[in-house]
Design a protein around this ligand. Sequence first.
Ligand SMILES: Nc1ncnc2c1ncn2[C@@H]1O[C@H](COP(=O)(O)OP(=O)(O)OP(=O)(O)O)[C@@H](O)[C@H]1O
Length: 274
Amino acid sequence: MSVENTPSTAAQEAANPAVDGSELIRFENVTKRYGSNVVLDSLCFDVASGKHVTLIGPSGSGKTTILRLLMTLVKPDEGTIKVAGEYLSHEERNGKLVPAGERHSREVRKKIGMVFQQFNLFPNMKVLRNITEAPVHVLGLSKDEAEQRARELLELVGLTDHLDKYPSQLSGGQQQRVAIARALAMRPQVLLLDEVTSALDPELVAGVLDVLRDIAHSTDITMLCVTHEMNFARDISDDVLMFDAGHVIESGSPEKIFSDPEHERTREFLSAVL
Ligand SMILES: Nc1ncnc2c1ncn2[C@@H]1O[C@H](COP(=O)(O)OP(=O)(O)OP(=O)(O)O)[C@@H](O)[C@H]1O
């Protein structure tokens, strides 16, 4: 997919609301290419601390790429990304901004948790250990502290009775709820959700979304969410960003975007998915 290189000023302004200094995520003129395919084109947007922001848009518009950039699974070709005021993609050395080394990225990335489409649990570890592994080995928590934290989270996701099972002994929905608990166990400031229900059987979707609704409404965690579940997006989002061909073409409250979209492409997209 190629995209034009000249996003409209209005689109950039829509995507880059007034900054009040509390932004937790900041994309500044981020361009990402795969060969000649310009996936993100001078993208600017901010997510304020504690807000829940949903990215919507057609397949291939670059939504997952944004989450992958935040996880440092891919690097931007141009522009900078900041998380909680620190550069993720770059670091400052001798007063100069240089591409970030792995150590720097790892430190900043600790602020971010992600839940993937395909759960990605450790198949050889029981549920409890899936959740305690990173807090013990990455954060240096004692085993007792990590287990205490894991038990609380298993209660939050409704799986207290399953802590001694292997992932293969759980349904897809239960595995995804373990993955949510695992991400939260690192106490991230930002939770990234990448189409977390799209690999689930339809009857398991509601249980996972209910857990996420509960987390969105009962914690102050910042969320950046890619989903095709528009009712869920409507319920949890403070802001919805509509992507098309590497640009944010429209942004606003869920009421505005879902009920009264301004852009023709948004109307087309919503009429196809709603
Ligand atoms: N590793 C890669 N190598 C080459 N091209 C890639 C790679 N990853 C993504 N792309 C391309 O980048 C574009 C954006 O992909 P991305 O997954 O971010 O889109 P998306 O909006 O999340 O789509 P979907 O809703 O289908 O998941 C697509 O054209 C895709 O083919």
